[in-house]
Design a protein around this ligand. Sequence first.
Ligand SMILES: Nc1ncnc2c1ncn2[C@@H]1O[C@H](COP(=O)(O)OP(=O)(O)OP(=O)(O)O)[C@@H](O)[C@H]1O
Length: 256
Amino acid sequence: MPGIVVDRLCIDFPLYHGQSRSLKRQVGKTLARFAPSSPSAHLMHDLRERTIVSVLREISFTLNSGERLGLIGSNGAGKTTLLRALAGIYEPVAGRVQLDGTMRTLLDSSLGMNPELTGRENIRLKGRYEGLSRQQIERIEQDVQDFAELGPYMDMPMKVYSAGMSVRLAFGLATASSPQILLMDEWFLAGDGVFMNKAKARLEELVQQAEILVLSTHQPKIMRQWCTRVIWLENGHIRMDGTPDEVLDVYLEEAG
Ligand SMILES: Nc1ncnc2c1ncn2[C@@H]1O[C@H](COP(=O)(O)OP(=O)(O)OP(=O)(O)O)[C@@H](O)[C@H]1O
């Protein structure tokens, strides 16, 4: 059974900056005028006197099959960092993350594509990397080709694609097969127009098929529609964890 366990997870980033100590002093001075929970609380020194941004602190939760979690919080609260930690992109400085099940991420538009290769070659490479059979790769190739509607560009290097073309291909590929665990950032809900309507329909299908969803978005409507649970992050802590209605009602009231 797929599942996610996050246990006292902490994520820090060292600030590699020649002036990082004076940077901290400067930022601290500026932000001290704002609320005590302002982001200045994130900045601290480690044992070697380097400035550290402490982004996630002691985050714990468990997700079981069937749970669809929405992450909400103001800019800089730590939502993307948490998604990246779940995806294994960031290593915890303390605590642990355990994921059981096949996982796919829809976190940024590039999705690890090689610009020197054609769209088709990128699809094949990714398929082989994921250990798929030839038939599976051929099926995905056809599916992406139909979805992205790139015509002859499918066989041209991606470096000659327009930004929109790259998005079509990357999105089509990322949503071509359904994982047990789907990690998704708001970026994939942005945009409008004909392509986005088509993309949303495809995304909805994928979300319905995934056994566990973790979605970061600033759109409460989407959250109430897609999620069974919401975690509100505030300055790297869990402020509230409950049903979408419970959390969003308080969150939206506070946001004014
Ligand atoms: N690589 C990094 N190095 C230093 N600080 C970082 C790094 N990545 C993120 N941060 C900091 O971590 C904090 C949380 O960032 P994160 O992107 O997770 O927030 P978020 O909740 O997703 O925000 P938003 O809603 O604006 O996307 C921010 O203060 C950000 O500046």
